[in-house]
Design a protein around this ligand. Structure first.
Ligand SMILES: NC(=O)c1ccc[n+]([C@@H]2O[C@H](COP(=O)([O-])OP(=O)(O)OC[C@H]3O[C@@H](n4cnc5c(N)ncnc54)[C@H](OP(=O)(O)O)[C@@H]3O)[C@@H](O)[C@H]2O)c1
Length: 404
């Protein structure tokens, strides 16, 4: 799937070569509409390594998570990190591939009667071993399966992007309220030491008055097509790189400025005759203006060399993160009268801390750091970006991110 040796996992994992992005003329596509698509089991990922040791003993108040969708992110990143969590454990798994269900269930010590298919998922309602459902399905399935989890009376941790439209996000928030269950979006940077330190530094005015914030999350997608790869399929992926990678830059622009943009001007690139981009954009760029006068420039691409950076430049200095939001390898530099490298801790704690946070929310009613309302806000901004690109005009926004 990878054309140039720079992988998607490399981008998220950090430590990739820096390259600039060339913006071509942009035939902005129509505003994207997500279509309904079914959950379907997929093959076991190549080279998958499963644990060979039994899970550690758990606390009495540990929260049981059902993992829905045993794909790359669930199997290679999140599930192995449960052993680092203090108050969370895997209580059930849900997959459309029976062989995967058996192998993964055996490896993680999941009881056979806590292994569900998409068809039997509703039975989880009567399974008291599971408190929360973690949706790790393709993005176009998040809303449907989040709502099913609420119908089953469970709390939900939903992967990013929350959904592909603000209407879907609103339905998820409404379902959470109806069920009186918590809804959290899996924005792991809110638990990652470098990003937390960057938020703190910006709140303290470490760069003076912010003038320009730049973010870029890109990699080069190998040959593929919408039928082979859900990330190239509009119904499952929306517009593509923005929902998948650029959302990290969008989030950083919001949590580092602590402002909402008052206007957005955007452009998209969708090259003709390239099966990778038959349904999605290759590249999405936008410029935001904030009420303070600061400007953010966001770029994300599935067709340029790998980068994952965030830079905030103000009147007295700059804060630079590169890589910024990967699984590991983050760097944080504060450049002003002197240059300081800051290393506030191991980025890999973000996974377990995210799980423990939802456990604290469920058990202690702690406030949610990344609630459904935040996911909705971000999807509204994504909609404004596509609307601007499609119209070739600046979109003016209300403080909640809706278009005026
Ligand atoms: N927070 C992060 O850092 C991060 C990183 C990567 C991905 N993600 C998010 O995690 C989610 C999954 O991404 P991924 O990279 O793990 O994807 P993936 O490797 O393609 O896995 C997706 C899994 O979803 C299930 N699935 C059900 N219906 C499907 C369908 N129609 N097409 C494809 N898969 C289907 C399959 O599991 P079964 O075979 O078990 O049914 C499949 O293995 C996405 O929302 C993505 O945005 C988040």
């Amino acid at each position: 799937m990878i054309a140039d040796g720079v992988t998607r996992r490399g981008i998220l994992g950090g430590g990739v070569a820096v390259a600039s992005i060339a913006l071509g003329a942009s035939p902005a596509g129509a505003l994207l509409q997500a279509g309904a698509t079914r959950a379907e089991g997929q093959p076991i990922p190549n080279g998958l390594e499963l644990p060979t040791t039994t899970p550690p003993p758990r606390r009495l108040d540990s929260v049981g998570f059902a993992i829905v969708g045993l794909g790359n992110y669930a199997l290679r990143q999140m599930m192995p990190r449960f052993s680092d969590a203090e108050r969370a454990h895997i209580s059930a798994i849900v997959s459309g591939n029976p062989e995967k269900l058996a192998r993964v269930g055996d490896a993680y010590g999941v009881p056979e009667d806590a292994r569900y298919s998409y068809e039997t998922f509703a039975d989880i309602a009567s399974d008291d071993r599971t408190d929360a459902v973690y949706i790790v399905l393709p993005s176009g399935l998040h809303a449907d399966w989040t709502n099913r989890a609420f119908e089953a009376g469970k709390h939900v941790l939903c992967e990013k992007p929350m959904a592909l439209s603000s209407a879907e996000c609103e339905s998820m928030i409404a379902a959470s309220r109806r069920a009186d269950r918590k809804l959290m979006i899996a924005y792991r940077s809110h638990f990652e030491p470098h990003n937390l330190e960057a938020m703190e530094l910006m709140a303290q005015g470490a760069v003076g008055e912010l003038r320009l914030l730049r973010t870029e999350q890109s990699y080069r997608m190998g040959p593929t097509s919408p039928s082979e790869n859900w990330r190239a399929n509009r119904a499952l992926a929306g517009g593509g790189p923005l929902e998948d990678l650029g959302i990290y830059g969008l989030q950083a622009a919001l949590y580092l400025t602590r402002e909402m943009p008052e206007s957005i001007t955007a452009t998209t690139l969708q090259p003709a005759n390239d099966p990778r981009f038959a349904e999605i954009f290759a590249q999405v760029s936008s410029q935001w203006r904030f009420p303070s006068g600061a400007v953010a420039q966001l770029a994300t691409s599935y067709d340029s060399a790998g980068i994952n950076m965030v830079e905030a430049r103000g009147t007295t200095g700059a804060l630079i993160m590169n890589p910024a939001t990967g699984y590991s390898g983050q760097t944080l530099t504060l450049a002003g009268s002197e240059r300081r490298e800051i290393n506030p801790g191991d980025p890999r704690v973000q996974f377990a801390r995210q799980l423990d946070h939802l456990a604290d929310v469920i058990r202690d009613d702690a406030p949610i750091r990344a609630p459904g309302e935040m996911g909705l806000r971000d999807v509204r901004l994504i909609e404004a970006i596509y609307a601007s690109a499609a119209a070739g005009q600046t979109m003016r926004l209300k403080p909640d991110g809706t278009i005026i």
